[in-house]
Write a protein that binds this ligand. Structure first.
Ligand code: ADP
Ligand code: ASP
Ligand code: MG
Length: 430
């Protein structure tokens, strides 16, 4: 860290800090909805400048305008069913370039000073796994140089550059990860993720009106919720925050609500067995029928998928009958075409009977560190689903979560029923 930053008064974080209080270094990330149109971009500029005027140094990370990344991906799909991922990244990374330019212009229009930066311009170096690259390093010097001039540094989320100079992207929702990684690299006092909800809820408030906002959530629980489909934070962003102890806030860009703090588990957190429910409709199930039950077969199937960077989630292998068994697993929907092609080849080579694909599934999960000390939680989940007439297709458990794969048409019903059964519904006023 450069000298001028080390010589600042010891930062005491607080976006709500009053003028005259010691300066803090804050990273603010604004998601797609928050920069969804020109008025909202002006609102973002106003909020960033306000934070700066309170005496803070501010780094702003922005996503593409809402719907833009989907629009770009659709264009790619119209050209190719199996797009080259290097070129796809060149296309989809453009959404964030537009946003940083517009936000920087909006800040300047409000008499502030701002400089925009692409991922490559502040050397957000990633590996070369196009479409889901991982950040390896960030050169903070360019950011510090802007801050030293009292400029707001406006940085493109979601994108990086590999060692060879190729444009890469970090996976859907990746701007969260850009923000937290930058916060870790510049040792920011806080990273604030501004979105269209005012914090982390016990489940997606757009699906379950009874969901409750949490004041605090542990990194561990947030990690689990994010990995199980709660898209309010990208999973890698929570991993970075946990590893580098970045105080991470989720807030709304439309209100002044203090939001939710994601931090280390402490005694002030609510003592619940289940603290959150997540669901994921972005996976598909692949079943390989009548696989010869001999050593090395699973290694061949999953080795081939891993070689092509297909991430496999749940895996179930049936008890074998007559030396044959069924192997069923789930992959992200974005990888279906790739996975099907690979699995069909391997199935033929190992003499399996056939491959079936089902993309009408949802994974519904209950999460809570309190589960460590309670038994019967999974059984209760199965009973709740059974009562609603929902068939469980696959099950996976860990110390702090239980996941069930069900038909996708029941996802919302299952979330609401579980939310209520595990006592998470907010009290109704009156
Ligand atoms: P952004 O574009 O700002 O990155 P996202 O759409 O990626 O926003 O994430 C915000 C959305 O996450 C919310 O609108 C909400 O529907 C969803 N969400 C899912 N689970 C939760 C949860 N537990 N708490 C809050 N929001 C959640
Ligand atoms: N624009 C990218 C996406 O839609 C990244 C992000 O919004 O975080 O996934
Ligand atoms: Mg997001």
């Amino acid at each position: 860290m450069p000298n001028w930053l080390l010589t600042r008064t010891k930062p005491s974080y607080g976006a709500q800090a009053l003028p005259g209080t010691p300066v803090a270094l804050i990273v603010q990330k604004y998601g797609g909805t928050s920069v969804g149109d020109v008025e909202r971009i002006k609102n973002v500029a106003r909020r960033c400048l306000e934070t700066q005027r309170r005496g803070n140094d501010v780094v702003v990370v922005v996503s593409a305008m809402s719907g833009e990344t989907n629009r770009l991906l659709k264009l790619v799909a119209q050209i190719s069913n199996h797009p080259n991922e290097r070129e796809q990244d060149v296309v989809v990374a453009t959404g964030e370039q537009v946003s940083i330019g517009l936000v920087a212009l909006a800040i300047q229009a409000q008499k502030g000073k701002a400089e925009s930066f692409l991922g490559s311009q502040c050397r957000i170096v990633t590996d070369s796994t196009f479409s889901k690259a991982r950040i390896k390093s960030i050169d903070a010097e360019r950011i510090f140089a802007a801050l030293k001039k009292k400029h707001l540094a406006v940085i493109a989320g979601f994108q990086g550059v590999d060692e060879e100079g190729n444009v890469t992207t970090l996976g859907r929702g990746g701007s969260d990860t850009t923000a937290v990684a930058i916060a870790a690299a510049i040792k920011a006092d806080a990273c604030e993720i501004y979105t269209d909800v005012d914090g982390v809820y016990t489940t997606d408030p757009n699906v379950c009106p009874a969901a409750r906002k949490l004041d605090k959530i542990s990194y561990e629980e947030m990690l689990e919720l994010a990995s199980l489909g709660a898209k309010v934070l990208q999973i890698r962003s929570v991993e970075f925050a946990m590893k580098y102890r970045v105080p991470l806030w989720v807030k709304s860009s439309f209100t002044d609500d203090p939001g939710t703090l994601v931090c280390q588990e402490d005694s002030s957190m609510e003592d619940l067995v289940v603290s959150g429910i997540a669901f994921d409709k972005n996976e598909a199930k692949i079943a390989i029928r009548a696989v010869p039950d001999v050593p090395g077969v699973a290694a061949r199937i999953f080795g081939a998928l891993d070689e092509k960077a297909v991430v496999v989630d749940l895996i179930v292998q049936n008890v074998s009958k007559d030396g044959k068994t069924d192997v069923t697993f789930t992959v992200g929907k974005a990888d279906i075409a790739k996975a099907r092609e690979i699995v069909k080849k391997v199935a033929k080579a190992i003499g399996a009977k056939g491959v079936e694909l089902d993309d009408q599934i949802a994974k519904v999960s209950i999460v809570g560190v309190g589960m460590r000390n309670h038994s019967g939680v999974a059984a209760k989940m199965f009973q709740v689903l059974a009562k609603e007439g929902i068939n469980v297709q696959m099950i996976s458990t860990s110390e702090i979560k239980v996941s069930c794969v069900i038909h996708s048409k029941y996802a919302e019903l299952a979330v609401r029923a579980l939310h209520s059964a595990f006592g998470l519904d907010q009290a109704v006023a009156g």
